[in-house]
Design a binder for this molecule. Structure first.
Ligand code: 5AD
Ligand code: SF4
Length: 445
């Protein structure tokens, strides 16, 4: 069967911010071909599900979403499955869900148009290669329209092989994009309206490269180069690995004003025994030592983390140590998950898998403590005068949502504010998840 040319597309990204970035790049590719973005999947004749494979639940969601794309009249849009589920499951996806037309992995989506042509003529359209030619070399240059808070992938893949994690298999080996490409892409984003850029990578602080003078530099050097771009007011990066947290990067937080006081540094567990079984190659005290150094140069740093409860073999005592490290580290926000065995990873076949009800109970206790810390952090910021970058519309009429330097959400209502504005506010109230504030000054657009 051949299919008509799709004219309107909708991309739905799941999982991490790198998927959001990939989704934007695919969108630019399709717009470049004369297609336009539909507001939702009902209005689209091509739907791209940009998937996440990190936990089992995320995978199940993809299959239920595919089923739901069928319209009331029995027809359906063209369906492409992209992202890490596509990479991991490959042809299995079309077997389980025959309505899928295209399967494209995260390192091959620059070939989406070719796959679209194949699918249109009724041919098998599957590409999960990890090609030698980087997708970044062939994707169109960034579009003119950028979000005020833009993402920029600088590093991809992972060589760390934590025993629970699929990323080294789905995103491949660590690669760093060249310095010059990143400076140019950042420049294009700023010219297109970005005021903040978050540098992305699975191990973003493992980025390394050479600057224009051929000097070897790390992430701190790249941040210093981006700091010199006029019009770029905020720089962030995520996700970092404790082992790549160099002194140079830590001290960059002390002297680069555009580098925001926020650090996402997952520890996963507070038990050294479990960290070893996870192959994390750091322990709880080396993690806390990094935080101490960071807080010396940037006392107001907001700390974020990731945690896994119920890793195989985790005892009550191990879990208590996780609570202890949370108390010692003090988080402003965090993500915590029940361990999910992933096919092909070493932990999936380890002895002593933890019972689901034990995981549930541990997750609840951990989240209660993390929520308490988040609320306390937010309350500590009441009374501060700070800048807020307005990023998107809120739910209420005339409401806008922005972020403080510490990545807290702020809700503001003011008729003459626009997305992309930077305003100074005094933080007047803090809830567990967001702040309210009074505008003191509107900063130049
Ligand atoms: N089970 C549960 N959580 C996981 N993560 C990664 N793999 C798994 C898994 N198998 C979590 C880690 C990581 C975050 C992105 O997802 O905490 O930092
Ligand atoms: Fe996964 Fe560990 Fe690599 Fe992070 S460092 S992507 S958790 S293997």
């Amino acid at each position: 069967m051949t299919q008509a040319d799709p004219k309107k597309f909708h991309i739905k990204s799941f999982g991490c911010q790198m998927n959001v970035y990939d989704g934007e790049r695919m969108s630019e590719l399709l717009v470049d071909q004369g297609m336009s973005a539909a507001g939702n999947s009902e209005e689209a004749d091509l739907v791209v599900l940009n998937t996440c494979h990190i936990r089992e639940k995320a995978v199940d969601k993809v299959y239920s979403d595919i089923g739901r794309l069928k319209r009331k009249d029995g027809t359906r849009p063209m369906i492409a499955v992209a992202g890490c589920v596509a990479q991991a499951e490959g042809a299995e996806i079309s077997r389980r869900a025959p309505s899928v037309d295209i399967v494209v992995g995260p390192q091959a989506y620059h070939r989406l148009l070719h796959l679209l042509d194949l699918a249109k003529s009724g041919k098998k359209a599957l590409d999960t290669d990890m090609p030698v030619v980087s997708k970044f070399d062939v994707l169109p240059t960034r579009g003119k329209q950028a979000r005020p808070n833009a993402f920029l992938t600088i590093q991809e893949g992972c060589d760390k092989f934590c025993t629970y994690c699929v990323v080294p298999y789905t995103r491949g080996a660590e690669i760093s994009r060249p310095w010059i490409d990143l400076v140019e892409e950042a420049r294009a984003l700023v010219d297109g309206g970005a005021r903040e850029i978050t540098l992305l990578g699975q191990n973003v602080n493992a980025w390394s490269g050479e600057d224009d003078k051929g000097r070897k530099i790390g992430l701190d050097g790249l941040i210093r180069a981006l700091d010199r771009l006029s019009g770029l007011e905020r720089i962030r990066y995520m996700t970092s690995h404790p082992n790549d947290m160099t002194d140079a990067l830590i001290s960059a937080h002390g002297d680069i004003p555009t580098l925001m006081p926020f650090l996402h540094l997952p520890v996963q567990s507070g038990s050294d025994r479990i960290l070893k079984a996870m192959n994390r190659s750091h322990d709880s005290s080396s993690y806390l030592a990094i935080l101490e150094k960071m807080r010396q140069v940037r006392p107001d740093i907001a700390l974020s983390g990731d945690f896994i409860v119920g890793f195989p073999g985790e005892t009550d005592e191990d879990f208590e140590q996780t609570l202890q490290i949370v108390r010692a580290a003090k988080y402003s926000q965090a993500f915590s998950f029940k361990y999910s065995p992933r096919p092909g990873t070493p932990a999936a076949t380890m002895d002593d898998q933890v019972a689901p009800e034990v995981m549930d109970e541990r997750l609840q206790r951990l989240q209660a403590l993390l929520n308490e810390q988040q609320y306390a952090f937010n309350q500590d910021t009441v009374g501060r005068v700070t800048d807020v970058l307005l990023e998107r519309d809120g739910k209420l009429e005339g409401q806008l949502i922005g972020k403080t330097p510490w990545l807290q959400s702020v809700h503001l209502i003011s008729p003459d504010l626009r997305i992309g504005d930077m305003v100074d506010i005094e933080i007047t109230q803090a809830g567990p998840n967001s702040l309210t504030g009074q505008i003191t000054e509107r900063l130049a657009a």
